[in-house]
Design a binder for this molecule. Structure first.
Ligand SMILES: Cc1cc2nc3c(=O)[nH]c(=O)nc-3n(C[C@H](O)[C@H](O)[C@H](O)COP(=O)(O)OP(=O)(O)OC[C@H]3O[C@@H](n4cnc5c(N)ncnc54)[C@H](O)[C@@H]3O)c2cc1C
Length: 432
């Protein structure tokens, strides 16, 4: 029996969960007991994914009551947190104690466990996705036992488990590597021509610690460039009036044209706390457009300009359905299921109007246009790429499947999404 209608759907409201019940455990022991006696079970984070990745036809376990910091290890520069904590709360805790995380997504509202599970990312040439900060995981596996997987094990399993796609069990705690707290500024420029990236892509994206380009694709140009600079890379250089042909904004901006900038993080070059500038949106406001869908594809950085030109050729089809498109860089990593596995990447993101039918009709065109560039979709957003096209993008997928089979031999954490993309070719009798 379902207990709370708030949890019937994801944040965007476009996906209705099939779970027969949702429960809110208050201890790891309770999670162990629930998992042990459930036929099918899945962890739910803050529900910010746009597809069925968090769904189950059994019991949903929300970890929102397990949202504390367990320990700050100053000696090794690590923090251990419970599986339900959100970045918003964690960042304030860390900053007060002189620490920071190297990067954040566009919003602080998401859970650490849910974000890392899907390789959620921010921007920055040298910044890996958020799961690259994971040092260790405590996971309740299918038999209800709690195991620990750590980089210190030295066997590489953590690289498989960090982007776990919810398939390995319930992550009850995560240990993240932290860095010293830092200060930074954010400056917005307006009107960067797409052509500026043909020879200038590296110069544009290396202009700050984290750089994002936004376009509504009404023109072959970017409406806005958001540059986040740390004090060491020139946070005070906010007064440069132009940037590769774009002009510095003199008022705060929302990435979606026409929306109030109130929900947005500090801008105008004002130097301050890292976690009040790395995300685009503030914790106590609705992030992004609010009512929306999202898709994103990662292409190798070297192919990014050509891939963007391929998208630009579709802009008259894209623009009518779009709030805004964001272009970010993500450093290569070694996490098996990361879309940036083995390659420096550029993420081409779309925030769509909430018209699922029209968006679903357009995605095949976008995926066809990006296919020559070996685009990998964001696991948590909308895509239509069939499994036989998606699976070859992941060289370590067979290793991941072996890890899933070891920790979840009977498919307790499996759902329709994971069966479709991660176990294609498996015994059909074992499907949902
Ligand atoms: C407005 C908005 C802005 C966004 N901005 C960005 C962005 O800047 N960059 C980006 O990359 N993505 C972005 N996303 C996507 C978002 O980061 C991902 O959907 C992320 O996975 C959401 O985390 P969540 O806590 O909501 O997890 P959920 O969506 O609830 O779950 C995601 C997955 O994590 C698993 N999971 C959750 N908790 C646990 C746990 N404790 N143990 C095991 N598995 C668990 C779930 O089972 C599921 O498989 C955005 C989404 C929205 C709605």
């Amino acid at each position: 029996m379902r207990k709370d209608p708030t949890y019937d759907r994801n944040w965007a409201g476009n996906y209705e969960y099939r779970a027969s019940e949702i429960v809110f455990p208050e201890s790891v022991e309770e999670i162990q007991e629930r998992v042990a006696r459930s036929r099918r079970v899945k962890a739910l984070g803050s529900r910010h994914s746009f597809n069925g990745i968090a769904d189950t036809d059994g019991t949903m376990l929300s970890l929102e009551r397990l949202d504390r910091v367990v320990a700050l290890d100053r000696t090794n520069g690590r923090v251990k947190v419970e599986g339900g904590i959100r970045y918003g709360e964690l960042c304030a805790y860390l900053d007060e104690r002189g620490y920071a995380l190297p990067n954040l997504a566009s919003l602080p509202h998401i859970t650490v466990a849910g974000a890392c599970a899907t390789a959620t990312h921010g921007s920055g040439d040298l910044n890996g996705n958020l799961a690259t900060s994971v040092h260790a995981l405590d996971i309740v596996t299918a038999d209800g036992e709690k195991i620990a997987i750590s980089r210190d094990d030295g066997d590489g399993t953590l690289a498989g488990a960090a982007v776990g796609l919810g398939c390995l069990g319930i992550v009850t705690a995560i240990t993240l590597n932290v860095i010293p707290a830092f200060r930074m500024s954010q400056t917005v420029y307006e009107g960067l021509p797409l052509a500026a990236l043909e020879d200038g892509l590296d110069a544009v994206f290396s202009a700050g610690y984290s750089v994002s380009l936004f376009t509504d694709w009404r023109e072959a140009s970017f409406n806005q460039v958001w540059i986040k600079r740390t004090e060491t890379d020139g946070a005070h250089r906010w007064d440069e009036p132009s940037f590769h042909g774009a002009t510095r904004a003199t008022a705060r901006k929302h990435p979606v044209p026409g929306l109030s900038a109130d929900p947005c993080s500090e801008q105008l070059g004002i130097v301050g706390k890292w976690y009040e500038r790395l995300p685009h949106f503030r914790l106590n406001f609705t992030p992004s457009a609010g009512e929306e869908l999202q898709s994103e594809y990662f292409v190798p950085r070297a192919a990014a300009y050509d891939a963007l030109c391929a998208i630009e050729r579709l802009r008259t089809r894209i623009a009518p359905l779009l709030y805004v498109s964001e272009i970010r860089t993500v450093a290569a990593d070694e996490l098996w299921m990361s879309p940036s596995y083995g390659r420096d990447s550029v993420g081409i993101h779309f925030t769509w109007n909430p018209d699922q039918e029209a968006v679903s009709g357009l995605l095949p065109l976008i995926e066809e246009a990006l296919e020559p560039y070996r685009a990998r979709p964001h696991w948590a957003k909308l895509f239509v790429m069939p499994p036989d096209k998606l699976r070859p993008h992941y060289a370590r997928l067979p290793d991941f499947e072996r890890l899933v089979a070891r920790l979840d031999p009977d498919g307790k954490f499996r759902n329709g999404y994971t069966v479709r993309y991660l176990t294609e070719g498996a015994d059909p009798g074992r499907r949902d």
